[in-house]
Each structure stands twice: as C-alpha cells, then as structure tokens.
Design a protein. Sequence first.
Length: 320
Amino acid sequence: MQRFMVGCLLLLTCGLVMMRRAAEAQPTEKVYRIGFLSEAVWPIVPAYLEALRGLGYVEGHNLVVERRSATQGEPLSALAAALVTHQVDLIITDGTQATQAAQQATTTIPIFFILGSDPVRSGLIASYARPGGNLTGLVFGLYGDKQLALLKEAIPEMVRIACLCNGDRTNPAWDQFADTARGLGVEILVIRVDGPDGFDDFFAAARRAGANAVVVAPLPWLLPHLRRLGELTAQSRFPAIGHRRDFAEGGGLFSFGHKTEEIRARVAAQVDKLLKGAKPADLPVEHPMRFELVINLKTAHALGFTMPPTLLLQADTVIR
C-alpha cells in the first residue's frame, strides 16, 4: 500500500511538472507597438484604432499606441526619433512633413503614410505600384481638379478663387491644382493660414482680393475645424468647397472627397499586413475607390444661387 501511495505521488508530481512546462512552452500573444506621427492633432486616431480592433488589435491588450504630433512643441524630427527609440513595430504618418521626418529617422521600421499630396513627385517613394524602401500608404487628396470643376459648373462666372492653405507652392500637389485652374480660366489666390486664429483674417483678405469662391485644402490640422469653416464660409457669403462632408454640414456649399469609413477600413487592412510581416516596398500605395458629393442647398439659396440640376443629380447627399 505504501509503495502504491508513493507511486501515485510520483506520477502526480511528474504530471504537474509536465503541465507546467507545457504551459511555459505555450507562446504568449504578441504585443504590437505602433506610433502615430502627425503635423497636427489627430482627431480620427480613435476611428483608426476602432478599425484595427475589428482585426483583433486591441489597445491595452495586444496593442500599444504611441501618439506624437508637432502640436506637442517639439520638431517632427525629434518626435520621429522618439518613436524609433521606443522600438515601435510600425509608424503611421499624416502629412508630407511628418512622413519625411519618419523616413529620415529610420530605414528599417515600416512607415505607412496617409497623404493628401503625391508621394512620388515629393520623392517619398519610387512608384505607386512598387514604393521601394520602408514606405507605403494611402493617398486621398488628389482631387482638387474635380473640386474646381464643381465650383465652376455651379458658378460659371467665377474667375478668382481664394485657397485656404499653408501657402506651400513647392508642394507637388500645387502644380496639378494650378494647371486645372488655368484650364478653367480661374485665378488662384493663395492666402496663407497657420492656425484657426487666422480664419477671420483669411475671409477678410479674400474679400479684399475680389475672390468669387473659396477652396479649403485637405490639410491635416484643418480636420477638427471643418464644420466651423463651413459656418464661416456661409456667414462670409462665399460659395466654398471642402473635402469632408462635415464641411458641407456646417454650412459650406459643397464637399467632395473620399468616404471616411472606406479609408479607415483600408488603412487597418494594410497595417494588419505590415504587422504580420509584409514588406512596405511590395505593397502598392492605395487610393480611395469611393467618393461622395454633398451639396448644401440651404446655403445655395441663402447665397442666391440656383444649383444646376446636373449637379443635384450627381450628389450623394443634398442638405435642404
């Protein structure tokens, strides 16, 4: 009996040791670390994180998120270097300058950019099909020609447009925008605005310059202010167009741009591929596939415009 009890104890002890070793051998879930680097505060980071959650990446569980923006008072180069020091698995950038800072900080960490300008013409990548290096991403802002055409169709007599932008004529997207304007017989007035405190001065300057309409550029720092800008364009009695529907919902005459929910899903899908080992050089840069036109008919009536039926038929949403 005693031998039997000893044998049982030995078997139990061996079993416990084997179970412990087996548990220790089980791989733990990998925790990913990603960095967001922006020229402005990212109001839509939660939306991107929600899209990533749908693919199994949960902040605080298997995902650590490092947020950096130039509004923190440090240069983008220092912020990019800090992300590299934190050994992030991926850097997501917003804007050309932020992308350039990340590119200069690392040649090994994958960088996924979200841009409103042409990354080939700015020298960030070799081509859209095969970006090369450690960068790939999504480009969403190259439809200024369509925005100008919409304004011209609504206001045939328009000859001068004030552009609310950062005044950077070296941005490669500017060439395309300027070429389209010349083809439509329209003059572009570049009025530099560096922050929301300059909005009122912008509209006053546009009025003095004799502008017939306003275009709001797709700058990252403008995103939180688009609804307010829509209100200001209506109050200033300027027909205007922006790239997000909240601009038109705020009172802007038009908005034309990508569908934000599509962008979030596609960014999350590409980030998932990169975190799983895909090489940025082999992932083609993507473009939006779905666009929406929103027309604020209330604003049109208040400004005394009769909206052409052809435009109303094209609209995804008409605010009456």
